[in-house]
Structures are given as C-alpha cells and as structure tokens.
Design a protein around this ligand. Structure first.
Ligand code: 13P
Length: 258
C-alpha cells in the first residue's frame, strides 16, 4: 500500500449480535486497538446495536459504521434510517451497495448513487461495495462489471467529495465461502479500480481513496492481501465476529504500516 494512505480494517457484522453482544465485542476491540493510531479500525453493527456500540467505542480511536441507510433525510419511509440519524449516533462510515443488498433487496447503481451522495452530504464516509459474481468472472466480464458499478455509484460526485470515499472490492464468489481471491487476482482489480477513480476524479484524488478488499479475509491470508500496492484495508465479515480473528487482521495491518 502507498504510504499516503492509512489502512482501514472494517468489521461488517451483518445481521449478527444484539446490542449487548455488540457492546461486548466492541469493548474487546477497544481494549486491544482503541489507543493505537497506525491503522483505522471500524466496526459496523446492526442498526439496533449502533447506540450501545457507539457508547462502547466513545473516547477511543475505534470508528463506528452502519451497514446501510436511506437516501432521503426524513419522511414516510417505513423501516428506513437516514444519514442524519446515523450521524446523531456518531457514525463515521456507512457501508453502501453491499452485494447482499443488491442481491436480496434489489439495490442497483441508481439507488447506490443516491445513497452515496446523501452520505457524503451528511459528512458520512461511504464504503461503496462493488464486485463481480462467479458467472461474470468466468465470462471474462470483471472489468466491465467493476466499471459499470463504480461509474454508476459515483456519478455526479466531485473530486473534493471523493476524498471521503472508500471503495470495497468484494468478489461475490469470495463472500462467506472461504474462497479468497489470490493477492494477485485482487491486486489486478484494485489497480483497475484506482485507474477508474483517476479517470473520474484525477490522479491525485485517486491516490487518496482507500480501496478495501472483502471476501473471506482472515488472519491467515490478511498479510499477503494487505501487502499489495492497491489494497488499503479489508472489509471483514465472518472473521470480524470473533475478537481474536479480527485482532489478527488488524495486527497484520499494523505490522505492514511500520
Ligand atoms: P466474509 O468475510 O464473511 O467473507 O464477508 C465479507 C463481506 O461481505 C464483508 O462485507
């Protein structure tokens, strides 16, 4: 990774852990990494655990993220949560366009774009997820899919705003499957994403944007993935639910930062 970017290790807890379980795990993360500054560490609990986890990470360097939000700031949208509501709980980040949202909840580029703009306007850092399915990879369509998803999600965003963006490359076939992209496979796509960002926002801005890898990252493979030039962190699912596994990944990033 370039020295100008700080690693970001973000735990996506998905639909796991209630408020008290979440606060317990967050407290463990705080006691291990709450006072280091070499790596940005973030936990993304379910909505119902955000307040308890926010209190647990308060006054530490652990950042808080949400897993989704609506693009409107308020109104008659039953079951939804706005960017302002997340900011009120001291969220710094919000995961947008995760493949599970695309697959199960019908999110497309237009929706992800609206959410990304709304998050940036509310001073939340969006972690915009993109990635191909196995079918798309086997058909040789990786670059095309990445381009469509990235350009769609980021349409109309200024270079200045883009400095607050985080992109997560999550090959769908690697999520929760135990199959990881090899470091070389991942780096190839990350480099492609960096080129896309340069064409959208200019080279200088593209160099500042963190591009995370997600998909079966664990302590055993984190170091070799994070050592790649364009891999600036990880978006961790399963392994983020176990304090020791999450710690192993954060430690790998700390070691590479020195
Ligand atoms: P796993 O780490 O469980 O494969 O999940 C990755 C992911 O989807 C993170 O957003």
């Amino acid at each position: 990774m370039s020295t100008s970017r700080k690693y970001l290790i973000a735990g996506n807890w998905k639909m796991n852990l209630n408020a008290s379980e979440g606060a317990d795990l967050a407290s463990q993360v705080v006691s291990m990494f709450g006072h280091q500054t070499e790596v940005s560490v973030c936990v993304c609990p379910a909505f119902t655990a955000l307040e308890a986890v926010s209190n647990a990470v308060n006054e530490s360097n652990i950042r808080l993220g949400a897993q989704n939000m609506h693009f409107e700031s308020s109104g008659a949208y039953t079951g939804e949560v706005s960017a302002e509501m997340l900011r009120h709980l001291y969220c710094n980040f919000v995961i947008l366009g995760h493949s599970e949202r695309r697959q199960y909840f019908g999110e497309d580029e237009v929706i992800v774009n609206k959410k990304t703009k709304a998050a940036l306007a509310a001073n939340l850092k969006p972690i915009v997820c993109i990635g191909e399915t196995l079918e798309e990879r086997e058909a040789g369509r990786v670059n095309e899919v990445i381009k469509t998803q990235a350009e769609g999600a980021l349409a109309g965003i200024s270079a200045e705003q883009a400095e607050n963006l985080v992109i997560a490359y999550e090959p769908v076939w690697a999520i929760g499957t135990g199959k990881t992209a090899t470091p070389e496979m991942a780096e190839e796509v990350h480099a492609e994403i960096r080129c896309l960002l340069a064409s959208l926002f200019g080279e200088e801005t593209a160099e500042k944007v963190r591009i995370l890898y997600g998909g079966s990252m664990k302590p055993g493979n984190a170091a070799e993935l994070l050592a790649q030039k364009n891999i600036d962190g990880g978006l961790i699912g399963g392994a983020s639910l176990k304090a020791n596994d999450f710690a192993g990944i954060v430690e790998a990033a700390i070691k590479l930062s020195k």
